[in-house]
Write a protein that binds this ligand. Structure first.
Ligand SMILES: [Fe+2]
Length: 618
């Protein structure tokens, strides 16, 4: 009988589920793609349902279920922290003579807890921190949440129906597992780095065969992710996941505030770092975690010290000033310095040349792209769903390899683990939608699409299995000609409506990487930014950022044959083995189904849509 392992990321942003059959990935998917709520938290019921369907089983057949949270992890640290905070509140309340404000410790601990995006009646909570730190652990440990109870409830089955063994997997161990067990490395140095999870912000380890040994960690309230989030808010980008916008803004500025950021976050020996708590609210006053129709919203993290240092915060609709650009540049530089500080220590401890990387900070592709230039590491694997959704996959592999000691048998080359649709299903959907379409012979689709792209059309490209993680990697993409300098404006005006300073990304045939980029290490999940060779920048202006960089996706035939063919056909017409690839969405989660794709096509000014072997034109 095959062994099925179900992994879940729940009650965090980017809720997700993944399933293994005998150690092989059957499916991994984010809940936002189904319920159409960006970064949605809560319980990933539709993702779990999809995983079970993809495996062809029902819940009673699952042998192990894991969740990427462990209320008992680092418990003594959580209790000490909560007690200290209660004592501070007590002192403050006593100071103003109002003891009625004092909450009993136990209530503080319970209220510190994270939200459940499903539960709109309790949308607002007094979270002691963010990203599931003290919150989800202490709070939810008291409130719930027997996983089997929850599954029985959402699937309307008796609890006895679920026979699986349940595992709580510490958040960063799930990240680390996701960065190693699906990597190409037999042994590797591993780094998990994010805002917070299970009271930890950074954890490093060594992976060897079937084990991951933790070597060091940075604990709450110290976090480079939290510094990035706080500064992102200060710069007027309030939404969950806006950190990428600041990364895009940074090259427009000069890092003239680097000394300020070096005092905001300081390095210490043995890979450690500490933040200057004066600049932050999360550790002292707490930060509100609210839920806007299921999407997580983080309250203000920065304190008045930020204002004292940099002046008033930018409001979201205000013009972006030189000061804002320079703050972004300084922050980005400091993030890189901190990351390389940790990574160089990790290399020193392990002596290894291969690195596995995960955690929300691993979405900082600019930092990732400089790792090989600033550390001794020679190869880097960045888990495509490096953020919290990827912990669902990490949980599966932690159980499979770390607990069950099953042999490692999976290499994650791409990220194509989501739903797919047959041409019959697609045509039935197109007919229902009332759009006119043409059915192309197999082999014609990539040729016709390449011709459309070369003629300057904005092309929707919906093929095969949906990607896991935030990047569209040629299966749920919008693709255009990178040679046209006006393409960025065209895309923004007609579809994406993004801030004009944000770059668009190139996909390149893997073997041609060195012809266009100054580094050649493969980047199949679009999580590396490299410098484009100066002599090539004029050739592909639509994907060349202001500093001459590009966040590339290297495409090999082995990983995505159809997308490879599309780029190769475009090269035949244009001489350029590069396409501009942006995610197939307007301002919503990336499309999942043919219906989503047609809706997006109809709502935007996309010129043509290739969906399977069907060509939909206006
Ligand atoms: Fe995380």
């Amino acid at each position: 009988m095959p062994v099925y392992i179900l992994g879940i990321n729940a009650y965090h942003g980017d809720a997700a589920a993944a399933i293994l059959k005998d150690g092989k990935i059957v499916a991994a998917v984010e809940e936002e793609r189904f319920n159409r709520v960006k970064h949605c938290a809560g319980f990933p019921v539709q993702s779990i349902r999809f995983c079970l369907e993809a495996a062809g089983i029902t819940l009673d057949r699952v042998d192990h279920i894991g969740i990427s949270r462990d209320p008992s992890a680092h418990l003594h640290k959580k209790v000490v922290f909560a007690a200290n905070r209660a004592a501070r509140q007590l002192a403050m309340s006593a100071g103003v003579g109002n003891s009625s404000n004092i909450k009993p410790l136990v209530s503080l601990i319970v209220e510190a807890g994270g939200g459940n995006g499903d539960n709109h009646a309790k949308e607002k909570r007094n979270g002691a921190g963010i990203f599931g730190q003290i919150a989800d652990r202490l709070g939810n440990a008291a409130k719930i949440r027997d996983l089997k109870d929850e599954l029985a409830r959402v699937f309307s089955v008796p609890k006895t129906h679920i026979k699986a063994q349940v595992h709580d997997v510490e958040h960063h161990r799930a990240h680390l597992a996701s960065s190693f067990y699906v990597s190409p490395f037999e042994s590797a140095a591993l780094l998990s780095i994010d805002g917070f999870g299970d009271f930890i912000s950074t954890m490093w380890a060594v992976g060897e065969g079937n084990s991951v040994e933790v070597l060091g960690q940075v604990e709450y309230p110290h976090s480079v992710g939290i510094v990035y989030t706080a500064t992102t808010q200060f710069l007027g980008f309030p939404h969950y996941g806006d950190e990428g916008k600041v990364m895009g803004l940074a090259p427009y500025g000069k890092p003239r505030f680097i000394q300020e950021f070096r005092s905001i976050i300081r390095t210490e020996e043995r890979g450690q770092f500490r933040i200057n708590l004066d600049y932050f609210r999360h550790h002292a006053e707490g930060v509100e975690m609210t839920w806007d129709h299921g999407s997580p919203v983080i309250g203000q993290v920065f304190s008045g010290a930020f204002v004292d240092t940099f002046g008033p915060p930018r409001s979201p609709n205000a013009p972006i000033l030189d000061r804002d650009r320079d703050i972004a540049a300084s922050l980005q530089l400091r993030l890189e310095e901190i990351s390389f500080h940790v990574l160089n220590h990790l290399h020193e401890k392990t002596g290894l040349m291969d690195l596995g990387l995960a955690g929300g900070v691993a979405y900082n592709s600019v930092m990732n792209g400089k790792i090989l230039l600033n550390t001794p590491f020679k190869r880097v694997f960045v888990q495509p769903a490096a953020g919290d959704s990827g912990t669902a996959l990490g949980v599966c592999f932690h159980i499979n390899c770390g607990i069950l000691r099953a042999p490692r048998s999976e290499r994650m080359l791409g990220a194509y683990t989501g739903p797919q649709f047959s041409d019959d299903e697609i045509r039935s959907e197109l007919e229902q939608s009332g759009v006119t379409f043409e059915r192309l012979p197999e082999g014609e689709t990539t040729k016709r699409a390449a011709k459309d792209i070369a003629e300057g059309l904005v092309v929707g490209w919906f093929q095969g299995r949906m990607e896991f993680g935030p990047r569209a990697l040629g299966n749920r993409s919008i693709v255009v000609d990178p040679r046209r300098s006006d393409m960025k404006e065209i895309l923004n005006e007609r579809i994406k409506k993004r801030e004009p300073f944000r770059p668009f990304a190139p996909s390149i045939l893997e073997e041609r990487t060195g012809d266009y980029f100054e580094q050649t290490h493969p980047a199949p999940t679009m999580l590396m930014v490299y410098q484009i060779r100066p002599e090539r920048r004029y050739e592909i202006p639509a994907v060349t950022h202001v500093d001459g960089s590009g966040r590339l996706q290297t495409v090999s035939r082995e990983v995505n044959e159809r997308y490879y063919e599309l780029i190769a056909e475009f090269e035949k017409l244009s001489g350029v083995p590069v396409l501009l690839n942006t995610s197939f969405n307007e301002n919503e989660p990336i499309v999942c189904t043919p219906r989503d794709a047609v809706d997006c096509f109809l709502h935007t000014e996309m010129d043509v849509l290739y969906i399977g072997n069907q060509r939909v034109a206006r």
